[in-house]
Structures are given as structure tokens and as C-alpha cells.
Design a protein around this ligand. Structure first.
Ligand code: SF4
Ligand code: SF4
Length: 396
């Protein structure tokens, strides 16, 4: 689908299908929904020369950027694009802007915390820290645990090359996902390198920092293109990072470079679908019954659920697949004090469905979905790469 079509408001026929799929509409009645916040208001903005923000624009703060409206639109309109673009023009109160700026730059704090994880984890549990965060509008909830773990990568030179982009969450909170992805790629015959890129920009653009995201997207794209020219495939395991590289960069910095990047980015299990011989072998199943929650940003990539069949064949006797519910956290959204109740309300049907399923293991590709599901159910959540790496054939 071309950018022209995505941006062509005339494709919106006001059918309201997007409205019916927006999780915020259901949980926060004052939110007017994607049809009105996206294409309808964009027409009005354009008619006014795009010079002023509208009073109603403040409601854009409540869009989670889940992309469910984009997926729902039968005419290829992407309401979330207009929401993100116009969020960048909002003049919020200072405290909200400051809090959103802190959350948008999660990668900076993660880098610091990742150097002294034990100290950072202790500090995040202190009531003094929680009080200070509460004063700037950050919710009192569990924060991800910081971990440091060296990653083992083979130095063997091979014809097949993968640049693995882990993203912030796996890099600073769950490095075992990185090791698992590296092991899987190497077992498929890839020479693997870790991408010298930290944040993809999703937390920034979701918090209204459009210009800063555009600069970061340009810088990241240039780095990725250097590897693509050398024959590397860009591989991700974080759905939001993957979606940013495949879709959002093209919207934020349209042009030939972002098109080339999009054509060379693969989600790990999407790439494995291309392999003739997979490097897995049966072993003891990890659970009788597991529940696989498909994150909104994986769904939005339009690649199906490539890990599901492998999980069914190898790891569990029964797999309940959910691609219906949003967990509600949406990156930094559920960490905001005034949005936290909405995030939990959006996630409730998912938490209830997980509990009803009686699954003993939950699987999901997204780090923040994991945080939200553990927070809402108390059940352990693992990334599919972590699980499937256990089934790699042992070296002879
Ligand atoms: S991106 Fe999600 S929250 Fe935002 S308008 Fe679309 S469906 Fe609603
Ligand atoms: S954006 Fe698409 S789904 Fe939403 S009202 Fe317009 S045509 Fe319908």
C-alpha cells in the first residue's frame, strides 16, 4: 500500500469500522475514536491550513497507538498515522510534557540502569522513588527488572548474514531473549551481528515527539542500510521495533531509503518460515496447556502468527491462541497515572480469558505485553524465542 493511499483522506467513507475496534473507545467514553480523531479532524485541520490545533485534539493523548484501527479499515486508511502526527503538535501542560518526555526517553534510563542493575532494581522498589515518580504523573505499578548478561556469538564467517536488532526491552531487561534469538539464527546457518542501534523511536513518537523521532529514524535507517548493502537481513524479535522499521519509518520519513529498509526487515519466525530445514528437534514439552497472546504490533505487521505452529509442534500439548484482545499497556501508556486505569480496563478481558483457559504458561513476543499480563494475572510469560531455543538440535 502506498503512502499516498494511506494519506488520502478521500478513501475514508466514514463507515466507523475502525471505531468499533478501538480499545480506548470501549474503556474511556470521552475518547471520540479513530474515525473522528483521524480522518475527520484531519480534513478540518487541512481546511484551516493546518496552522492551529483544535480544542478536541487534546483527546489524542488517549490514543494508545495500538494500530487496531488501521487493521480494521477496509479502505486502507491509517487513522493512527494522523493521530501520531498531530500528537506532535499538542501543547500539553508542562508536567504532562515533562512526564511524557521522561517515558519517551526510556532508552537513556535503561542504559544507566543496565550498568548497575541491582542498584536500579532496588531504587525502583523504594517508596521514596515511587512517590517522586507519582509527583510527575507516573503510575505506581511494577517496573521491568534490569538484567545484564553477556551474549555469546560465533565469530564464524558465513554466506547468510543477519543483523539482529533486539530493541530496548530485550537489551536491558531480558537479555536471554537475545541469546535465544542468536542461537536460533546461528543454528539456521546465519552469521549474526547485533545491531548498533538502541531505540527504534516508538516510545518517542507515541509520546508526541514527532520531529525527534524523524531524526532518529533517519539516523537508524542509514545504519541499517549500510548492513543491507553488505547482504544482511535485519531481524527483530520485538513487535513494536519490527513495526517501526517496516511501517512507521515509511510514514515518518517517506522515501526510497525507508522503502529499502522495509523490504529487508524480518520478524525472526517470519524469517524461519523461509527456511527449508529447521534446526529443531522434539524434546520434553514445556507445558500441557499454554496461552499465546499475539501483540497488537505483531498483528499490525500482517505476517500472521509465524511462531504458533512451531510452539504447537514442539513445546506444548495444547496452545490457545489469542489475537483478539489488546493487553492495554501500549508501551509507556499504561505507566501514566491517569491512563493506568484505562490500560487495566482494556486488559481485563485478556486477563480473564487467560485465567479461564487454565493455561500454566503464557507466551507473548512483546516485553510490555508481558509486564501487563504478569501484572494482571500473576502468571509467568515467556517470549517464543526463549521457548523454541530449548528445542534446537544439539551439536553432534
Ligand atoms: S491506534 Fe488504537 S487507540 Fe489509537 S485510535 Fe487507533 S485503535 Fe484507537
Ligand atoms: S478510517 Fe476506514 S474504517 Fe475508519 S471510518 Fe474511515 S473508512 Fe471506515
Amino acid at each position: 500500500m502506498s503512502n499516498e493511499k494511506e494519506r488520502n483522506l478521500d478513501y475514508c467513507l466514514k463507515c466507523s469500522t475502525c471505531h468499533t475496534q478501538c480499545p480506548v473507545v470501549k474503556s474511556h467514553l470521552p475518547f471520540p475514536g479513530p474515525k473522528q480523531m483521524g480522518p475527520e479532524l484531519e480534513r478540518l485541520r487541512l481546511a484551516r491550513g493546518n496552522k492551529e490545533t483544535l480544542e478536541i485534539d487534546e483527546a489524542l493523548n488517549y490514543c494508545t497507538n495500538c494500530k487496531r484501527c488501521d487493521l480494521a479499515c477496509p479502505h486502507g486508511v491509517k487513522p493512527s498515522f494522523y493521530n501520531l502526527k498531530n500528537k506532535g503538535k499538542l501543547q500539553n501542560k508542562f508536567l504532562i510534557r515533562f512526564r511524557d518526555w521522561i517515558l519517551a526517553h526510556n532508552v537513556w534510563w535503561s542504559k544507566m540502569a543496565g550498568r548497575v542493575p541491582a542498584l536500579a532494581n532496588l531504587a525502583l522498589r523504594l517508596s521514596l522513588t515511587k512517590r517522586a515518580m507519582g509527583m510527575v504523573g507516573i503510575a505506581d505499578r511494577d517496573f521491568p527488572i534490569y538484567r545484564k548478561h553477556p551474549i555469546k556469538i560465533s565469530k564464524a564467517v558465513r554466506d547468510k548474514k543477519a543483523l539482529y536488532y533486539a530493541g530496548c526491552y530485550a537489551s536491558y531487561n531480558e537479555p536471554q531473549i537475545i541469546q535465544a534469538a542468536v542461537n536460533i539464527l546461528e543454528s539456521c546457518g546465519y552469521q549474526v551481528e547485533l545491531a548498533p542501534v538502541a531505540c527504534c523511536g516508538t516510545p518517542m513518537v507515541s509520546n508526541g515527539l514527532w520531529d525527534e523521532t524523524a531524526r532518529l529514524a533517519g539516523k537508524n535507517t542509514d545504519i541499517f542500510l549500510k548492513y543491507i548493502e553488505q547482504g544482511y537481513k535485519i531481524v527483530t524479535t520485538c513487535p513494536s521495533c519490527g513495526l517501526a522499521l517496516k511501517e512507521e519509518y515509511e510514514q515518518i520519513i517517506p522515501g526510497e531509503k525507508s522503502k529499502i529498509l522495509k523490504a529487508n526487515v524480518w520478524e525472526l519466525f517470519e524469517l524461519l518460515e523461509e527456511e527449508d530445514n529447521l534446526p529443531f528437534e522434539p524434546a520434553e514439552k514445556l507445558a500441557d496447556k499454554a496461552y499465546y497472546h499475539v501483540p497488537c504490533h505483531l498483528k499490525a505487521q500482517g505476517i500472521g502468527i509465524p511462531a504458533a505452529n512451531l510452539l504447537k509442534d514442539l513445546a506444548v500439548d495444547e496452545l490457545v491462541v489469542d489475537d483478539n484482545y489488546c493487553c492495554g499497556i501500549s508501551g509507556t501508556y499504561g505507566f501514566k497515572k491517569e491512563k493506568y486505569p484505562i490500560a487495566m480496563d482494556i486488559g481485563k478481558p485478556l486477563f480473564d480469558d487467560i485465567k479461564k483457559s487454565r493455561a500454566t504458561l503464557v507466551i507473548s513476543d512483546c516485553g510490555t505485553c508481558k509486564l501487563q499480563i504478569v501484572h494482571g494475572t500473576g502468571i509467568e510469560v515467556k517470549h517464543p524465542a526463549e521457548i523454541l531455543a530449548r528445542y534446537l538440535k544439539k551439536a553432534q
